[in-house]
Design a protein around this ligand. Structure first.
Ligand code: VTB
Length: 328
């Protein structure tokens, strides 16, 4: 084996996405019976458990960089946990068995199961800061937008780059009191908003993907979601920048002692240092990106997406599980 081949074998490759989608499908199917039942933890527990069982069968040597939290309060898929069968490529993994646990528990739209993977050592470990301010858009925004500019200016620049009037620009942001001013500024600039109850991963992906009504996704959301989104954006050729947003002095100090930079714009290549990324998601409840898990008689249907940066491939996968064979 040549050295080059040896190095290549150590990196996540194209088949891995097809393997990983089994894990997001399993998580989504397990969460299904908890949709709309009001219990976030039960739904999340079921999804985590299923995802972990499937990940154990995937040929990779993965380390969870972004998981369900630290070991003591997250029994499974905790940060630093090794996952995979123990042979195969060395990778960093970000998991979000349910992005939008409250959405799923309430029976609302847009809950997804997500896994993002890249080369070992490439994901920024931003876990010590809960929030990140993000700006996400499609490829036309690369070299054009800048998170340091006022939002109105970014909207004007994007409209110009997309060749459409500002009045046609749609900006997604989480519907939170912390965004009141941002929302006013978006509307004052002449654009319209899409307010997200939860789930800024799906919002970011839609901003970067062709054929969606969202042109830009902005504002303060989870930093783990920012890293997972970056893996997707790299595959879509889109634009992302992030600034860590600590919510207390203690969190800020923690971040600094973990080597993170504050008041600093992280570019896509700093959020994820490799251009070899995979992003996999399966819909749990119906949403504008994916359909939710459906049952048709004895068949359970799932709807997933696999994005692979090395080739820029966007795969949409619809699976039908025969309920009687599900535990085989
Ligand atoms: C977002 C969103 C997630 O957390 O990152 C958000 O994408 C940020 O936290 O789906 P707040 O809810 O505190 O605003 C979620 O809503 C849940 O993980």
């Amino acid at each position: 084996m040549t050295h080059q081949q040896f190095i290549k074998d150590l990196r996540p490759d194209r088949n891995l996405g097809l393997e990983l989608v089994r894990a997001t499908e399993a998580a989504a199917i397990s969460a299904r019976s908890f949709i709309g039942r009001g219990d976030k933890n039960e739904a999340d527990g079921a999804a985590v458990d299923a995802m972990r069982r499937f990940l154990a069968t995937v040929d990779m040597r993965g380390v969870v960089v972004i998981g369900e939290g630290e070991k003591d309060n997250a029994p499974m898929l905790f940060n630093g946990e090794e996952v995979g069968s123990g042979v195969g490529p060395l990778c960093d993994i970000a998991v979000d068995p349910i992005d939008g646990t409250s959405l799923a528990a309430a029976g609302r739209q847009n809950a997804l199961s997500v896994i993002a993977v890249t080369d070992r050592g490439a994901m920024l470990d931003a876990s010590s800061v809960f929030y990140m301010n993000k700006l996400v858009a499609g490829k036309e925004a690369v070299g054009v937008l800048d998170i340091r500019l006022p939002i109105g200016e970014n909207i004007r620049l994007l409209a110009k780059a997309l060749g459409k009037p500002v009045g046609e620009i749609v900006v997604a942001t989480l519907d939170r009191p912390r965004h009141t001013e941002l929302i006013d500024q978006i509307r004052a600039a002449g654009a319209s908003t899409r307010l997200l109850l939860d789930g800024d991963v799906a919002g970011g992906i839609q901003a970067a993907m062709e054929g969606n009504r969202i042109d830009m996704c902005v504002g303060i959301g989870g930093s783990p979601e920012g890293i997972a989104t970056t893996c997707a954006i790299k595959a879509l050729g889109g634009f992302i920048q992030g600034i860590l947003h600590p919510k207390s002095d203690e969190e800020a100090e923690n971040a600094l002692s973990n080597g993170l930079k504050l008041d600093y714009v992280y570019e896509a290549d700093e959020l994820v240092k490799s251009n070899n990324t995979l992003f996999v998601a399966t819909g749990i409840t119906d949403g504008s990106l994916l359909n939710g898990v459906r049952r048709r008689g004895k068949v359970i249907e799932t709807d997933s997406i696999i994005l692979r940066s090395a080739s820029g491939t966007v795969r949409r996968i619809k699976s039908e599980y025969q309920q009687e064979n599900m535990d085989k």
